[in-house]
Structures are given as C-alpha cells and as structure tokens.
Design a protein around this ligand. Structure first.
Ligand SMILES: [Zn+2]
Length: 257
C-alpha cells in the first residue's frame, strides 16, 4: 500500500505527523487501474475507488470522510480547510476545492494529493501545527503552485517548514517540444533537461525542488521514476490508468499537565 511512510510522534511543543506516498498494491481496482487506484474521474469503478480510499483512511486511523481531496486544476490556487483558523477564510463544505494546494491545521483529517507522473509535495510545520499537500505538474511548477502554498502557510504563521517531494516522471522519460522546455526553463533554469534519446525534456521535480530551496524549506526528495517503476501509476507510460497519492496528517501535541 505504501511506497514510503513515516510517522513522527509529538514531542515537547512540537506536533507529530504521519505522511506517506502510496503505491499500486493492496487495492480492489482491476485491470489498468490495479490495484490501489485512489483517483476518481479516471474511468475506474466508483465503488472500487471508494473501497481503496476507505483502506487508506483506515491505515491512517481515520474515516473515509476525513480525507481531504482537491479538484486538481494544474493551476496555482491554494485552499485552507474549514476549521484551520477561526479568522481565516476556508473553502467550506465537503466538495473538493478546485485548487492544487491545500492547507490544514487540524489533527483529525488528512490531506491528499493524487498523481500519476506529476510531483506530489507534502509540507509540514511541527511548531505551528500546519500541513499542506501540493499537486505540481509542469504547469503548476511553471505557475508556482509550491511557492504559493508556502506563502499561504507563512501567512498562517508557519516558520520552520519541511517538505517531502514524492516520486514523479523523471526527465529522461519526459520528452517535450523544445519550445515547452524553453518556457519552463525561463521560470526555473534547472528544469531544462534531456531524455534518454537526448531530445528536449523537462525535469519538473528539479524545478519544484529549486523553488522549495529558494523558499528556505528543508526538503527530502524521494527517488523513483513513475514511468520506470511498475509499482507506481504513470500516465505517460499507460495513458488510461489510476492515481497514487501523497497524504499528510498532523498529529496532536502532547497534553500539557
Ligand atoms: Zn524515468
């Protein structure tokens, strides 16, 4: 079920966190969506997706309704979940907001980003008790969805941010037209790359990592190319396929006696 998973217990004044990247194993989806497809609207049976999401929630000690998804747009919008801060506008309701960054200060829910080649980014401030999940594909990297989410976190009080950058399609496997590479490189020079064939490519994750580094966010970049790994979904490899997830849940601070 998990490509990577880590749980940091609360300590002193610091909140804890449970964050993870899922893989394809341990789900009920069939065929091209097998097994643990967590994405709706990709053609899989809704009942199978719901069963898979229920399993993920259960693994995190939550219920299905405690998972906060986004209606991902390949843009740079950021939403804050209801109840994060009393004086901060949130997206309201139970409908996933049409954004690519989502922020929470609650310990009773988990944020989910769905990907199949795009870059999943998870953010955490253990002192302020804030987490975020970000969906950064090529357009999101170019438009700056990660810096936008960092800015939103800082508006809410975040100071000591750390990030996990999950697996995505590597530049060797991500051929693009030369003009598209140039457009991305104009924003993030480190994103310009080449494929296994030497043709123009974009390293979206390297661009995202450069953006996090520029913001002073401590980061870990998990190795792994989605297109080259059979245990992850890849849109570039398979076209019609499922989505795996980055997920982050804040854990409450210890009770002070
Ligand atoms: Zn690759």
């Amino acid at each position: 079920m998990f490509f990577w998973r880590e749980r940091l217990e609360p300590s002193g004044d610091a909140y804890g966190v449970e964050w993870a990247i899922t893989d394809r194993s341990g789900g009920s989806s069939q065929g091209t969506y097998a097994e643990l497809n967590l994405g709706g609207h990709v053609g899989d049976l809704p009942q199978a997706v719901e069963t898979n999401r229920h399993r993920l929630a259960h693994e995190l000690g939550l219920r299905l309704g405690d998972l906060r998804f986004m209606d991902q747009q390949h843009g740079c919008g950021v939403a804050v979940t209801p109840g994060t801060r009393p004086d901060v506008p949130d997206f309201g309701g139970d409908v996933p907001p049409p954004v690519d960054g989502i922020v929470s200060g609650r310990t009773d829910e988990a944020l989910v980003v769905l990907v199949a080649d795009c870059v999943p980014v998870l953010l955490l401030d253990r002192t302020e008790g804030l987490v975020a999940a970000v969906h950064a594909g090529r357009p999101g990297m170019v438009q700056g969805v990660v810096p936008a989410t960092v800015a939103r976190l800082r508006e809410l009080g975040a100071r000591d941010l750390e990030a996990v950058v999950g697996p995505s399609v590597c530049p060797r496997c991500y051929e693009v037209p030369g003009a598209m590479r140039d457009e991305a490189a104009a924003v993030e020079p480190t994103s310009a790359s080449v494929t296994w064939m030497g043709t123009p490519a974009i390293d979206v994750a390297a661009g995202v990592v450069a953006q996090l580094a520029r913001e002073g966010v401590a980061l870990r970049w998990l190795p792994g190319c989605t297109r080259e790994r059979d245990d992850l979904f890849s849109y570039r490899r398979d076209g019609t396929t499922g989505r795996f997830a980055g997920v982050v849940r804040l854990l409450p601070r210890e009770e002070v006696a």
